[in-house]
Design a binder for this molecule. Structure first.
Ligand code: F3S
Length: 642
């Protein structure tokens, strides 16, 4: 039977399992990327695993998120990442070289290869025909060490693109249309594969805008086939040699299908506060705009910037609007500077920010209180851009630029008679990789520099025969990872400093918990239903590990947090009888005897050490999770496997 593009790339990298939707598969990873806010932890994990040189074909460490260096913390992180990359065979992209996904597409992406990145928008690589997925830092570290990456085989959704976009309608409107139809949950457990005649009309940067925001669909990833357009892009980057053609077989089948007529698409906007709250710009037109931000990994390519410059050329941003533009990479910024487009932007009254994430996460331009901000970014959840009261609209660069000039949300097609937007890809991109530092040729001579903000990563011990300790905290239902490990702006610079973060663990529930845990040398957490819901934050398991937590006894666990606890070697035990929760008291001494045997059996008896009274718990693990837990976490498991 014929295969689609996603199946072709998966089957070429399949280490374990069958390509049956829902079944677990193991994939070989060719490339990895990290950014600075997740990278420090990933490299501390890589070091803890004892990996000398990375086993991937290419790994790159980018600095693009935390570029404001008000104190030593970010600078320490950057120094650490640069030196650890140099020592272990990893390229280092200096601050200012650009946003990880934009630079990776330009300089490293290879069609048909797998890419795992510690950033959810790693899916951008699908625009060049990579199977590119976002993951936690530990998974990325494991992949760098040559380990397999496990996912459940997704369903493949075919999005058939017909026709050609009208002028002033762009790739951003395509993905907004997909979001409008499928919603932010529509891609869960799925890979979105684009096909059809319309694909040929989209350049690689256009395709990358679409695959970037596949993340907002909740999709595992999105992928385009490769063709002449891909080849032309790679040749213009001086990398034509890595091109391979990837097309679905004529008899390829898909699990689901939708069709989009590009010709019929109109400029769209995602209204506050969700990327799938999509309306035609025409329907929301006229809303007064306070601020416009153009850039981010979704829309900061050379083509995006050139179209914006054409719209702004010879015009002026009105007094009441603040416009910021952050070109996506040094390559893009240099080309704009050389061809005069940058001068057009500056002259129109735009503020130019360095090439990085910047305003996407509120750095360099957060909206004013209650302001309306138009942005070319990918998500507009409340507070995402730094101001919870702001209304953020997600739009295309064309809509953003025209609306900035008009001071109100405006359909960009109103400029169709005034501006020629037929910008072409350059025959040659400007290539000067002096901000991309290759790894050292003499890694043994490289000293990894760890400033005071870089602290070693906590590693557990193999599960012992007896697990004992006190109940150190008892919390209610629906405790989130934000309760377990708060992540406010003042704590953000300490992502690589677990000892510091430990002083804040579960403090929204009980301010004395960290001190109690330290005084008692660790012990147990008791939780209610849905313990650990919220984000995939690994720190919510690493920090309890640092505090000596051996098991969490809960009525139920959020899926990802349970996986993170297992990766840290902490037992996630579920009450057999939820009413037993009421009987447990703070500082009660608990003991699990014969722990290894009990965990293997899936049934664990926890005893009150004084009265000997038992409570029954379940522990539900896959074979692999059991091995990880017995080894004392994933790092130990990998060390053993090496
Ligand atoms: Fe950066 Fe925003 Fe993309 S933080 S990686 S530009 S989603």
């Amino acid at each position: 039977m014929g295969m689609n593009v996603a199946q072709k790339v998966i089957s070429a990298h399949l280490v374990e399992g069958r390509m049956v939707p829902g079944e677990q598969i193991g994939l070989r990873i060719d490339q990895t990327l990290t950014q600075d806010s997740t990278g420090t932890m990933a490299y501390l994990q890589l070091e803890a695993m004892g990996v000398d040189q990375v086993k991937t074909k290419r790994s790159v460490a980018y600095i693009d998120h935390n570029m404001l260096q008000q104190g030593f913390e970010n600078a320490d992180d950057h120094k650490y990442i640069q030196t650890v990359a140099s020592k272990h065979g990893i390229y280092f992209s200096k601050p200012g070289n650009g946003i990880c996904h934009q630079v990776h597409l330009e300089r490293f992406g290879v069609p048909g290869q797998t890419l795992l990145g510690s950033d959810s928008h790693t899916t951008t690589g699908g625009g060049i025909g990579m199977l590119a997925m976002g993951a936690g830092g530990l998974d990325v570290a494991v992949a760098m060490g040559g380990g397999t990456y496990y996912i459940n085989m997704p369903k493949i959704v075919k999005v058939e693109l017909q026709g050609k976009l009208q002028p002033f309608v762009s790739a951003k409107d395509v993905i907004l249309e997909v979001l409008r139809r499928l919603s932010v949950k529509g891609g869960v457990g799925r890979i979105v594969e684009y096909t059809g005649e319309g694909v040929k009309t989209l350049t690689v940067p256009d395709r990358a805008t679409i695959t970037n925001m596949g993340t907002e669909l909740g999709a595992t990833t999105s992928i385009f086939p490769t063709d002449e357009m891909t080849k032309t892009f790679l040749e213009a980057q001086g990398r034509g040699d890595v091109y391979v053609e990837l097309q679905p077989d004529a008899d390829a089948t898909y699990d689901e299908e939708i069709t989009i007529d590009l010709e019929a698409l109109e400029p769209l906007a995602a209204l506050p506060h969700s990327p799938d709250n999509v309306k035609k710009v025409k329907e929301a037109e006229g809303i007064k705009v306070d601020q416009v931000a153009i850039g981010s990994c979704t829309n900061s390519s050379y083509l995006d910037m050139m179209r914006v410059a054409r719209i702004l050329k010879g015009r002026t941003v009105p007094a009441e609007v603040s416009l910021v533009i952050a070109p996506g990479s040094k390559q893009v910024l240099t080309m704009l500077a050389e061809n005069g487009a940058l001068a057009d932007m500056i002259d129109a009254g735009a503020r130019i920010l360095e090439s990085g994430c910047g305003p996407c996460i509120g750095m360099g331009q957060a909206p004013a209180t209650g302001a309306i901000s138009l942005r070319t970014i990918n998500r507009n959840f409340k507070g995402r851009c730094g101001t919870a009261s702001a209304g953020v609209y997600i739009v295309s660069p064309e809509t953003a630029a025209v609306s900035a000039l008009e001071g109100k949300l405006t359909d960009p097609r109103t400029y169709a008679d005034r501006v020629d937007l037929s910008v072409q890809l350059p025959e040659k991109f400007f290539v000067h990789d002096n901000m991309l530092i290759p790894p050292s040729e003499n890694p043994e001579t490289v000293e990894v520099i760890k400033g005071p903000n870089i602290k070693d990563f906590p590693v557990n011990e193999a599960l012992g025969e007896t697990v004992e300790g006190k109940v150190l905290i008892k919390v209610e239902d629906n405790i989130t990872t934000d309760h377990i490990m708060p992540s406010n702006a003042s704590l953000l610079p300490f992502r690589s400093n677990i000892p510091h973060l430990s002083n804040f663990c579960l403090t929204p529930c009980d301010p004395d918990f960290p001190a109690r845990a330290k005084a008692n040398g660790g012990g147990f957490i008791v939780g209610g239903d849905n313990y650990g819901q919220g984000s995939s934050r690994e720190h919510a398991a690493l920090v309890p590990l640092y505090l000596g937590i051996k098991a969490v006894l809960a009525k139920s666990f959020a899926r990802i947090h349970k996986a993170n606890l297992i990766n840290s070697g902490i037992l996630p035990l579920v009450f057999e009888n939820p009413e037993d929760y009421d009987a447990l008291t703070l500082m009660e001494d608990l003991i699990i005897e014969n722990a290894i045997q009990q965990v293997k059996s899936g049934r664990v008896a926890v005893k009150d050490a004084k009265s000997g009274q038992e409570m029954a718990f379940r522990i539900e693990l896959t074979d692999k999770e059991l091995q990880v837990l017995l080894a004392g976490g994933k790092i130990n498991f990998i060390r053993q496997a090496q």
